[in-house]
Ligand binder design. Structure first.
Ligand code: AMP
Ligand code: MG
Length: 368
């Protein structure tokens, strides 16, 4: 009897303390106070939003990491690993940072997976066309054909023991523009997590990582850019938590040459900007590097092959938008995507999603 009398208040106190602790953790990680920082890096606008007491410190750390990755992987920086590899093409192996090695190795894997549509040795063609730059032009067919022969990811030689890479032939050049942002997003996510942050949005100009959820137990609503509209106008949204959402779109970088629009993703097989029926490819995956490599690759191969390819990869989903405003998506997205713009139609087997929802004002847009 005495034991019970002694035990009861004790248990109540323990329960109360536990409740208080859980509440404190909850308030800290899911508080509505966030730190948002916007800056320019990787040739794009970066926005990181983080919740929790270490948010400010974590974002500053992330910005430093971004700078470091850009310094290693940018083709525009003379002293980067990538520029060093390019300068030594056909000459000798170049030792690189482990991170650069990892990204190039991954890029070569995506070359293989996409059957050469994603090809990280694309740089000579990117330079020839100059899309998105002041030198954009339609090159001579002859020049395109000659340059095209330089593009082959199978010519990347790896020396793992010495963390070194060589391009087999002179004038070959790497361009990590189609994959490095994904790697960067994965790194930022790790930095936020290391700092105890469980909730936030990482936006690297179209490469989004949705950390945790907007409210406890809920995901983030990520807007899917309408590829026929100005940035920030979305055609629907997808509710996700702890996922990367990467979009390759015709609106990201393009040039108007002789009255014709050309976008920046080049088909290595033709040497011309991709002219598949896809104008926007969004990949939802755990790792952003995977989403980035895949989104650029599937953009080129057209809707049928793209759907088949993504369906065959575990834990990866996709939304494709065609020139004729049709939306195709993989089977795993059935309950997650909501269409808000009636100009588009969902074309695959998912009837539940064809209903157009009311616009949700609190949506993060996948592209800023
Ligand atoms: P993203 O925005 O991720 O789709 O990447 C587009 C960028 O990747 C372009 O601006 C080029 O720098 C590069 N790129 C263009 N075509 C290809 C290709 N076929 N394979 C790999 N990278 C490419
Ligand atoms: Mg990409």
């Amino acid at each position: 009897m005495a034991g019970i009398l002694f035990g009861s208040p004790f248990i109540i106190i323990v329960i109360l303390l536990t409740f208080l602790l859980v509440l404190l953790l909850f308030v800290d990680n899911y508080s509505n106070i966030s730190v948002i920082k916007k800056f320019y890096s990787f040739g794009t606008i970066i926005q990181i939003e983080a919740y929790g007491k270490n948010a400010e410190k974590a974002i500053d750390e992330a910005a430093e990491k971004l700078q470091h990755i850009d310094d290693e992987m940018s083709v525009f920086k003379e002293s980067s690993d990538v520029s060093n590899i390019n300068r030594n093409a056909g000459i000798q192996f170049q030792q690189v940072d482990e991170e650069t090695y990892y990204v190039i190795k991954k890029a070569a894997e995506y070359g293989e997976i996409s059957n050469g549509a994603f090809d990280v040795t694309i740089r000579p063609l990117v330079k020839l066309w100059g899309i998105g730059s002041d030198n954009a032009r339609i090159p001579d067919k002859k020049d395109i054909n000659v340059t095209k022969r330089l593009i082959d990811y199978k010519d990347i030689l790896f020396d793992e023991k010495n963390c070194s890479i060589k391009l087999s032939r002179i004038n070959q050049e790497l361009d990590l523009g189609g994959i490095a942002k994904g790697f960067a997003a994965d790194n930022i996510k790790s930095i936020l997590r290391k700092n105890g942050i469980k909730k936030g949005i990482i936006d690297l100009g179209g490469n989004i990582y949705a950390l945790g959820g907007k409210r406890f137990g809920k995901g983030w609503d990520i807007g899917i850019q309408d590829p026929f509209e100005t940035r920030g106008k979305y055609l629907g949204f997808i509710n996700v938590s702890n996922k990367s959402i990467v979009t390759s779109g015709n609106y990201e970088r393009y040039s108007l040459i002789n009255g014709q629009y050309f976008q920046h993703i080049i088909d290595p097989k033709t040497g011309y900007p991709s002219d598949s029926n896809i104008v926007s490819a969004t990949i939802i995956s755990d790792l952003s590097i995977d989403g980035d490599g895949l989104s650029t690759g599937v953009y080129i191969i057209g809707i049928d092959k793209a759907l088949k390819l993504i369906e065959s990869i575990k834990n990866v989903e996709a939304i494709f938008i065609t020139k004729s405003k049709e939306i195709y998506m993989t089977s795993g997205l059935k309950s997650k995507f909501k269409l808000t713009n009636g100009d588009f139609i969902i074309k695959n087997n998912n009837e539940n999603n064809t209903e157009v929802q009311n616009e949700n004002k609190n949506i993060q847009t996948a592209n800023i």
